[in-house]
Each structure stands twice: as structure tokens, then as C-alpha cells.
Design a protein around this ligand. Sequence first.
Ligand SMILES: NC(=O)c1ccc[n+]([C@@H]2O[C@H](COP(=O)([O-])OP(=O)(O)OC[C@H]3O[C@@H](n4cnc5c(N)ncnc54)[C@H](OP(=O)(O)O)[C@@H]3O)[C@@H](O)[C@H]2O)c1
Length: 324
Amino acid sequence: MEYTTLGSTGMEVSRLCLGCMSFGDPDWREWMLDDDAAHDIIDRAIDLGVNFFDTANMYSTGESERVLGDALEGRHEENVVATKVFFQMDEDDPNSSGLSRKTIEQELDASLDRLGMDTVDLYQIHRWDYDTPIEGTLRALDDAVRRGKTRYVGGSSMWVHQFADALHTSDRLGLDRFATMQNHYNLVYREEEREMLPYCEKEGIGVIPWSPMARGYLTRPHEDVGATARGENEEYLYEHPYMQGGGPEINRRVQELADEYDVTMAQIALAWILDKDAVDAPIIGTTSIDHLEQAVEALDIDLVESDAAWLEEPYEPVPVSGHE
Ligand SMILES: NC(=O)c1ccc[n+]([C@@H]2O[C@H](COP(=O)([O-])OP(=O)(O)OC[C@H]3O[C@@H](n4cnc5c(N)ncnc54)[C@H](OP(=O)(O)O)[C@@H]3O)[C@@H](O)[C@H]2O)c1
């Protein structure tokens, strides 16, 4: 495994972060893994040197955090655990969503409880809350750091002007600033290259992109997108920007290079993103030990510069996806 310093935190993380959105309750999404299967993947990830795990309160309405917390029992300290807040947890409780002080304090306590931890390493806002002034959110997050409930705070998909506003507000008020950005980025969704990635580099922000394999679109030929349980059920994959512009041609080129390098399409998609200077650690999703092992092997693939450029060439701007 390779490790990197996460942004300006000084914290060392594996260059692959294991996303835990697929662990929890199969009633939530059909492609969820239950406890035993999820524990096997988390154990194997740790064997392979992964020390960085990402979850969220809303994944499987808390079950993902519980599964991760159980799997890490007795070894929380040697791992880096990130979770998130924003989406509604209880449809009867309007204060279980958003980024008010009330929501943040209650949801962070509930997350810590499910994770079985006193302190989480990274607490992220899952989306921007248009109903709560960012100053209030940042004050609540800063208090969470002072109270020892989280070590760092981070952002996820949002506009650059919002992220810049948040960083300036923290600096002006002397509050803990966002240390990381978890954004949507892969070979078929590169809108983040316009402003977010250069801005993060300038500000020393750790970048941990989600869906680095385009939710599976870059792991199999375009025609086979519906070939898995998740592909079959994720209707939005079919209407997604991945399918627009140069997406299908990029998918074809990923197949061609995979054959040439004698690796899988998933490994080409990961090798490409791992080569990006702005990226600290992509957050991978998988329900398979074989796929997890492939992801770790992708760290050893040296993508020739001209091949990376050839993969990028067909890309055309697509509508923003991941936030509003
Ligand atoms: N902040 C946000 O708003 C946000 C949004 C979405 C996701 N996330 C985070 O990002 C993580 C990853 O997201 P994601 O699951 O959408 O991303 P992804 O890693 O781009 O895609 C995962 C999909 O690719 C497939 N796959 C992986 N390796 C493969 C291989 N070698 N061969 C064939 N198929 C392969 C997986 O299938 P198998 O299960 O069969 O391996 C799964 O369906 C989540 O767990 C979550 O932590 C955050």
C-alpha cells in the first residue's frame, strides 16, 4: 500500500479509501452487503494496508456506520474513519437533516454511537445547506473539534464559491477550516478540473473523490452497464452525464487500454485518477474481495502520459452532477 498525507492535516492515509456505502441493510438498496460479507471486505482491506474508511449517517440509515464500527472494533485507533451529515435520517424528524447546530450535534453523537467511537477522524458536510448560514454550521463544527468529537472537518460536493466562502469565513472567525473535499470526479465526469481541484491545491485541501469508477460505468463495456445488481437498479446511471458527450467513447478507450496493459477496465480508471496530482485518495466502492484486490494492484500501474491524454481526449463538458 502507498500512503499520503491528507491535505494539510498531517494525517497519513492509504492512497485508496474504502467507501462503505455498500455495507448495511439489503432492504435499503438491493446491492448492500450484510454484516458478515462487509466484515470480510473490511478485514481484507486492512490486510492490504487500507487504513482509510468513508461512510455517512444516511447510508442504510445508520447501518453502514454500525457495520463499519463493529468491523473495526479494537482497531479504531490505527484507522482513519470519515463520516458525513446532511441528509434526512428520520422522515418524522425535520431536524434530522441539514446543517444546523441542533442537527450537527445530535447527528454527530448518533454517528459516534453507531461507530462505537468517542472521536471520529473526519466529519464532513455531505451537501450545502441553503437554509442555514455557513457561519453557524462552521461554529458548530469547530465546537465539535474543541469537544474532541471529531479531529478534522471536511466538505463534499458543492460549488467552488460556496467552498471558498466557507474557508474565508473560518479564517475570518478563527474557526477550524475544512481540511478535505469529497467531490465527484472520474474519467467521464471531469467538471471539477475547472475550478474545484485547482482551488483545493492552492488551499492545501485533501481531495478524496467519490465514484472514481463512475459507479461501475468504467468497469465494464458501455453496453453492459445494466449487467450487475447495482447497474440494473441505478436508473440514474442511464440518464447520467457519464453517457453524454464523450462518455461512450471514453468507455471504449478504457477497454482498449485495459487489453493493451493486460489489466481490467476498473484498474485503468483507477490508475488514471491515482495519477492526478490534486487527488489524495479516491474513495472506491466494492462488494467483492477480488475487485478490492484489483484496486490495490492498480497502484502499481504506470499509465504512460500519452495514454492518459488519449483517454481524456473525447471528454466533452457535461451538466454538473452531484450537487445543486
Ligand atoms: N459524498 C458523496 O456525495 C458521495 C456520493 C457517492 C459515493 N460516495 C462515497 O464514494 C464511495 C464509492 O462510490 P461508488 O460505489 O459510487 O464508486 P465507484 O468506486 O466508482 O463504483 C463502484 C462500482 O464499481 C464496481 N466495481 C469496482 N471495482 C470493480 C472491478 N474491479 N470490476 C468490476 N466492477 C467493479 C462495483 O461493483 P462490485 O460491488 O461488484 O465491486 C460498484 O458497483 C461510496 O462508498 C461512498 O463512500 C460519496
